[in-house]
Write a protein that binds this ligand. Structure first.
Ligand code: ATP
Length: 218
């Protein structure tokens, strides 16, 4: 079994999370992609809305897609959301599965500052998706882990990592210049975010009046 792990603040989730996740799922023939909203992200400020809202928006966004799964373990664990602990916990649940951690090119650039990053590479392979505005190179400290893939044309057979863990590969995905920061800014300015995120999420934000100027985390 091959399991994708897609961690994020999802504050809120948007098409820049969803479309690359689907392309990773298909390109690597994963059995499932687990969306794992962070409780307290480690390298950034407190999320703008409560975890319960972020979780519900993920749930609504992924509902139409088979093999996309909401995974609440970081929220249920509470406290700072260290990815290494999350992967250890997924591994306990699925001891024989190959874990594929997905992250955008902006995230891999900071990866060697993550808590116990070497242990992450003992637990999982990493697929890096290109992201507009982010430099598409692996930090020198990670060169050792590079997976050399020679493709990709749509329709090629699924990609495989050479090892069950410890490899980092870049996957070209459809480029969507969308960020949660820009979505929050639009909402704070009273503008629409339709077509940046699924309609169900737009409706949820509307119903609960999230990210308006007076919204506070709680
Ligand atoms: P914020 O703007 O609040 O920092 P974000 O839009 O970057 O949020 P996160 O939830 O912090 O979203 O990101 C989770 C993961 O999704 C990260 O690995 C990030 O690189 C990736 N990601 C987010 N947006 C995109 C995008 N448009 N294209 C590719 N990857 C993305």
């Amino acid at each position: 079994m091959r399991i994708g792990v897609n961690g994020g603040t999802f504050d809120p989730i948007h098409f820049g999370h969803l479309r690359p996740a689907l392309e990773v799922l298909e390109s690597l023939a994963l059995d499932e992609m687990r969306f794992i909203p962070a409780c307290q992200p480690v390298h950034r400020g407190t999320p703008s809305v409560a975890a319960s809202h972020r979780v519900r928006m993920v749930e609504l966004a992924i509902a139409p897609q088979p093999r996309f799964v909401l995974d609440r373990r970081e929220i249920d664990r509470g406290g700072p959301s260290y990815m290494v602990e999350t992967l250890e916990s997924v591994k306990r649940d699925f001891p024989t599965a190959e874990l594929v951690l997905m992250m955008g090119a902006d995230a891999i650039a900071a990866f060697t500052r993550w808590h116990r990053w070497q242990d992450i590479l003992k637990l999982a392979n990493i697929v890096v998706t290109r992201r507009p505005g982010a430099e598409n190179r692996l930090p020198d400290a990670l060169a050792l882990y590079r997976q050399n893939w020679h493709f990709e044309k749509v329709g090629d057979p699924p990609l495989h990592f050479d090892a069950p863990a410890g490899k980092i590969g870049f996957l070209p995905v459809t480029q969507l210049d969308i960020s949660a920061t820009a979505i929050r800014a639009r909402l704070a300015a009273g503008r629409s975010v339709r077509y940046l995120t699924p309609e169900t999420v737009v409706e949820y934000i509307d119903t609960h009046q999230l990210y308006r100027k007076e919204t506070h985390a709680g």
